[in-house]
Design a protein around this ligand. Structure first.
Ligand code: SAM
Length: 261
């Protein structure tokens, strides 16, 4: 059993791991990414295929909620003007753009050249570069904060990515993971899963440039650990302390945050 010390409740509205979940990730999480294993080049190709209409598709499928989730991510990072923040899995830079509104210097990195090219066309002023979450092209302790929105789920090795985020974050720096999670209300969760597995792929057929990709994306959301499961994974992977989370839209999305030791 791993030793995980989490007692900190930094602010109202942020939960922490209950003691019962202080165990190995394999014990905590019934369904893992192994069920959806894609090679990095396959992930990149899949996102190349959805790049053209990615921003629009996102907004349609989330009923416009994505904007609020991005604003909440920026707020959770507590960025100050002049700080440096890395947005991993930045895609078209839509999440990076939002971070830049804080006055911090925000740079995005992504594996998919198609997503980066689409981003450059609509956001020429947002710094975006090609980079793998597992081997980030930055020296140790470069950033005051590192964040990843709707992308950790798609990285082939979650634990290695969390360690790599720790490497490029300065001691005392912040991590915020914004990712789909588990709705807390059981009745709502049932309706949500129906939407995810049936309606979402159907809607994507009308909007996206590669609707098949949304079947995989929906499946990967369903297989992803819940709030406590991801918190345990963060605490056990890399130099992260004070792991906590906050639900958005009743747990459809969760923000997890942690502090670099
Ligand atoms: C759903 S998009 C999220 C884009 C953006 N962050 C947002 O909030 O809309 C997921 C992105 O993660 C990227 N990605 C997946 N695996 C990656 C990796 N190992 N390194 C960097 N980016 C990766 C994909 O190419 C894709 O652009």
């Amino acid at each position: 059993m791993a030793v995980v010390y989490i007692t900190h409740k930094a602010r109202a509205g942020w939960d922490t791991i209950p003691p019962v979940l202080l165990c190995g990730v394999a014990e905590c999480v019934a369904v893992t990414r192994a069920d959806l294993n894609k090679q990095p080049h396959e992930v990149a190709e899949m996102f190349d295929g959805v790049a053209k209409r990615y921003d629009l598709t996102n907004t349609v499928l989330s009923f416009g909620q994505d904007r609020g989730w991005r604003r909440a991510t920026r707020a959770a990072l507590g960025l100050r003007p002049g700080e440096r923040v890395l947005d991993v899995g930045a895609g078209t830079g839509i999440s990076t753009d939002e971070l830049g509104r804080s006055g911090a210097f925000a740079v995005g990195a992504d594996l998919s050249v198609g997503m980066l090219q689409a981003g450059r066309r609509v956001r020429p002023d947002v710094p975006l570069l090609a980079g793998d979450a597992l081997r980030l092209p930055f020296p140790d302790a470069t950033f005051d904060a590192v964040t990843i929105s709707f992308a950790l789920r798609n990285v082939v090795d979650t634990e290695a990515a969390l360690r790599e985020f720790g490497r490029v974050t300065r001691p005392g720096g912040r991590l915020v993971v914004c990712e789909f999670s588990a709705p807390t209300n059981p009745a709502f969760r049932t309706v949500y899963l129906q939407y995810l597995m049936r309606s979402l792929p159907a809607v994507a057929r009308g909007v996206s440039s590669n609707p098949e990709a949304y079947v995989y994306l929906a499946e990967s959301i369903r297989a992803w650990p819940d709030q406590a499961g991801l918190a345990a994974r963060i605490a056990e992977s890399g130099p992260w302390d004070r792991v906590g989370w906050r639900n958005l839209t009743s747990g459809v999305v969760a923000l997890h945050r942690a502090i670099r030791r």
